[in-house]
Design a protein around this ligand. Structure first.
Ligand code: CMP
Length: 232
């Protein structure tokens, strides 16, 4: 079934993006002229690594995985992004090929902004420029942390670190230290190890009482988890 989205609905969706929430009607109208509203179904590749592309994506609803695939089919997840978020800004800024795949984990709604419209968009909302820089530096820090983990720590430690980081992010945004929507395979691809290793570490942490599996959720005791990582 094809849904069409009215102009008013598009303006409402734009207003729901935190970075645009302070814009007036005229500015939202101007932005809606240049940003294209699109939906993607779950599992779609929104961005393909190595392809050329000059647009960035503002994620309005849904969740994506940013990942690299090796030629023999192994996957390294770089990050999971949840709306509101943006991606695809790297090729837009430096005109190099896409640095990673971006895959829809749920159905998505996005606004697509082409490089030619970036300056006009920043004139409408100057905070967009700062937000792009802040995101790049936050992602670079996270990547340095990952590099450090890969270089200096074994797979067990890396799985614990992923569990701790994901549960901490959930605690900070939702008030509960829970991992949901990620399978053991997903945790393994974030830790750069096999599914078997991730499952082994998670079940031994469950036996120690550091975390508990409830259906498809993992509830983490953040204090004990931090102690456990420190003593490893
Ligand atoms: P781009 O290279 O245009 O296309 C892939 C996108 O994935 C990239 O822009 C970023 O938006 C995003 N991306 C790349 N690396 C990371 C990372 N380490 N963490 C989060 N997002 C990333």
């Amino acid at each position: 079934m094809k849904h069409s989205t009215s102009h008013e609905q598009i303006i409402t969706k734009l207003r729901s993006v935190p970075i645009f929430s302070d814009l007036g009607q005229a500015e939202l109208e101007a932005f809606s002229e240049m940003a294209q509203y699109r939906r993607y179904p779950k599992s779609a590749f929104v961005v393909n690594q190595n392809e050329t592309g000059s647009a960035m994506f503002l994620l309005v609803t849904g969740r994506v995985k940013v990942a690299l695939a090796s030629p023999d089919g192994k996957e390294l997840a770089l990050n999971y992004l949840e709306a509101p978020a943006h991606f695809g800004e790297m090729s837009l800024v430096d005109a190099e090929p896409r640095s990673a795949d971006v895959i829809a984990m749920t159905d998505l709604e996005v606004f697509v902004l082409d490089a030619k419209d970036l300056s006009a968009a920043i004139q409408i909302q100057p905070r967009l420029a700062l937000s792009l820089i802040a995101t790049l530096s936050r992602r670079l820090r996270a990547t340095i942390g990952r590099l450090e983990e890969l270089a200096f720590h074994d797979a067990t430690h890396r799985v614990m670190r992923v569990v701790f980081n994901v549960a901490t992010a959930s605690y900070e945004t939702r008030g509960v230290p829970v991992i949901q929507g990620l399978t053991h395979y997903d945790i393994a691809t974030l830790a750069g190890t096999s599914r078997e290793t991730a499952s082994r570490v998670i079940s031994s942490l469950a036996k120690e009482g550091v975390l508990a599996t409830k259906g498809r959720k993992i509830v983490v005791d953040l204090i004990r988890m931090r102690e456990r990582i420190g003593s490893d």
